[in-house]
Design a protein around this ligand. Structure first.
Ligand code: 5GP
Length: 191
């Protein structure tokens, strides 16, 4: 069986990665979204094992030392990482896998798996990013500022990605993302 492809989706906070990934999975069959581990506290409504695997800093460190992460990075003062085993199992089963991770993690994975596909999601402007982050209402002013600083830094990396999708309109952006995934799939009859 042909192994699945790995799609890595990054982009600044407020670009709408989560919404686009949800819509993508509803639109395109045979896609699996990896659930990351994090030391960040759950936001209201977030479920352990569904949105993230929530770990204490000590447990995260233990798993880093045990080599359980395909990649990990510190983002906005918390640690986030992709657990290696499930991703590798899904790819071996021929399922395409989506990682929604920050650029530090994206480049770590690309180095280990050069055939993986890097996709960067942007918003039309920094002002629009700020509006979306504030509208979400989950962060304090200080946290919003940190996220915007990170966003400015991340936007400079856009040219190093294989594909860029501007999320100006969620329906159109989902279509563009679906087109990227489908363009990396072998002819249906071969699967
Ligand atoms: P949030 O706290 O808003 O859920 O996520 C903050 C940032 O962490 C986002 O840019 C997200 O892409 C990134 N992130 C989430 N999971 C992972 C992961 O497993 N690895 C890395 N490197 N970044 C992640």
């Amino acid at each position: 069986m042909q192994p699945g492809s790995l799609f890595i989706i990054s982009g600044p906070s407020g670009a709408g990665k989560g919404t686009l990934v949800d819509r993508l999975v509803a639109r395109v069959p045979r896609l699996w979204v990896s659930v990351s581990a994090t030391t960040r506290l759950p936001r209201p409504g977030e479920v352990d094992g569904v949105d993230y695997v929530f770990l204490t800093p000590g447990e995260f460190e233990r798993r880093v030392e045990a080599g359980e992460f395909l990649e990990w990075a510190e983002v906005h003062g918390n640690r986030y990482g992709t657990l290696r085993s499930t991703v590798e199992e899904r790819l071996a089963e021929g399922v395409d896998v989506i990682l929604e991770i920050d650029p530090q993690g994206a480049f770590q994975v690309k180095e280990q798996m050069p055939e993986s596909v890097l996709v960067f999601i942007t918003a039309p402007s920094l002002g629009e990013l700020e509006r979306r982050i504030r509208h979400r209402g989950a962060e304090t002013d200080e946290q919003v500022r940190t996220r915007l600083e990170t966003a400015e830094r991340e936007l400079r990396l856009v040219g190093t990605y294989d594909h860029v999708v501007e999320n100006d309109d969620v329906v159109m952006a989902t279509e563009r993302l679906a087109g990227i995934v489908e363009s990396h799939r072998p002819y249906e009859g071969c699967r």
